[in-house]
Design a protein around this ligand. Sequence first.
Ligand SMILES: Nc1ncnc2c1ncn2[C@@H]1O[C@H](COP(=O)(O)OP(=O)(O)OP(=O)(O)O)[C@@H](O)[C@H]1O
Length: 604
Amino acid sequence: MTSWRSGRGFHPRGLRQCWKVMISVSSPPAAMGFLTVSSAVTMSAPFFLGRVIDTIYTSGADTETMTSSLTSLCLMLTGVFLCGGAANAARVYLMQISGQQIVRNLRTSVFSSILQQEVAFFDKNRTGELINRLSADTAVVGRSITDNLSDGLRAVAQAAAGVSMMFYVSPSLASFVLMIVPPMAGLAVVYGRYLRSISKCTQEALAQATQLAEERISNMRTVRAFGKELSEVEAYTQKADDVLHLARKEAVMRAGFFGITGLSGNIMILSVLYKGGLLMASQHMTVGELSSFLMYTFWVGISIAGLSSFYSELMKGFGAGARLWELLDRKPEFPLNEGLVLPSDQLKGQLEFCNVSFAYPTRIEAPIFQDLSVTVPAGSIMAVVGSSGSGKSTLVSLLLRLYDPDAGIITIDGHNIRDLNPYWLRSHIGTVSQEPVLFSCSVRENIAYGAVDPSAVTTEEVYQAARVANAYDFVQAFPKGFDTVVGEKGVLLSGGQKQRIAIARALLKNPKILLLDEATSALDAENEFLVQEALERLMEGRTVVIIAHRLSTIKNADAVAVIDQRCVAECGHPTELLANRQGLFRKLMEKQAFLQEEQQQVLQ
Ligand SMILES: Nc1ncnc2c1ncn2[C@@H]1O[C@H](COP(=O)(O)OP(=O)(O)OP(=O)(O)O)[C@@H](O)[C@H]1O
């Protein structure tokens, strides 16, 4: 965990982001108006109340004059107070609404910023941490610049008005009493800095706890299978203890700070009574003026306490916000929607890797490819084979431009994919992975997800894609048909069913290029036949790169690329490669045939 002492002064980037968030909402100007009215009313009250007291004292025995002055003053004050109450209610309402708008804008900006980042960013940042930033950090920042801001501004306005009125009523008493303000302000700054750094550490500790919980809950089946529930609770408790430890430190500081501010407030009142009493005795102050002054002292004391709390909340927000500003300011390595857009109807789909070298950014010391070259002619099927970990899936990731090669280029119809608009590029590439990911929504929505604009997809188009993918019958057999919700990651479906929904999704996209990762896990004979048939229909008329695990798929390919030692070791028609007895492909196939034979024997 980072040290809580690491906090520094205001960061201009934080202030800039804060300002952007603030100006993204519309109601603050009106709220400011109501704030001014309600503060003016509140701060005029002590002055008029002093007048009422002086009226009572100076009218002597003339009860009639006193009654009429008192009545008119009280009626006027009631009217002013009513206006003040209404203005205050309007201020609170508008600030609450602005607050919610700010949190909403902050959340959508952070979510959008996360989704714009390149895939390598997600290799380095853990999901739980990002979710924590989106939910917890935005809430802390939002609270600190919204609910808190309204009360803080009110405190500023009231403290300023109160101090001015104190000088107006008695300049000498005001100068005496306000000597306490500079040391208190110094204390508040020190306290604020402490809070900001500790808040940053608290958010980091919370993020680690969320990360652990998120990972374990989403992989609950594994936790259960290994019987690790208790040890996982223990691990989570340790993370929660880290948060508690920081909260204790914050509580000690908070207690000290608020104890000192409370004491200072009382000392201020006592000083006013002492010095004011002396001024009254020397006829330099009336009883009404002393009463007004005392009330202003109260208000200023309350406002200063409000200001300290505003400042400390703001500092907590800055602490939590440090991680958010980083994310909001982060520019993705490659923008999603810039670059060349080719006429889609002229796209043929020829793929070429030219001397590609690549290492994952998180493991630059272990290159996956070195000078890898291979060509996939338009409309052909290229099967990619190789031992586990040789880089077959990496090849697919590079084609999708999830990562950029460190050297060499990848082209589509002769165009370097780095020059192409990534949205356009991906709209022409369909993928079906080994374990297709479905979202927790209906089958219909999952299939329509493949289209550029899912809302424009008709029911008939969804049905047609499902029919071609051999998914229509089993989906219709569900009680809610295509409206059946498939559960998180499609957990309510079997492996073969998920595959066929994913094929329907790819069909709806109608891509020119298809990247397939054949399922390694054995499906039952019927499912395998249905999936295979659906895949064959999907592949028709497209350029296909398939990470192949089955002999049948490999035999039907136009060419096979064998990946070994970080490059394409052999490439050619499967029968040609099989003919080479010393070849790598032949050895791989012999191994696979041997494994299949063993499998058959076990089944018999
Ligand atoms: N995101 C990543 N960050 C760092 N290294 C990775 C990442 N993804 C894969 N690797 C590493 O890259 C190498 C190639 O992985 P890849 O998944 O491409 O192999 P594969 O041939 O598809 O394997 P398999 O047949 O087992 O699926 C492996 O050593 C793997 O550990």
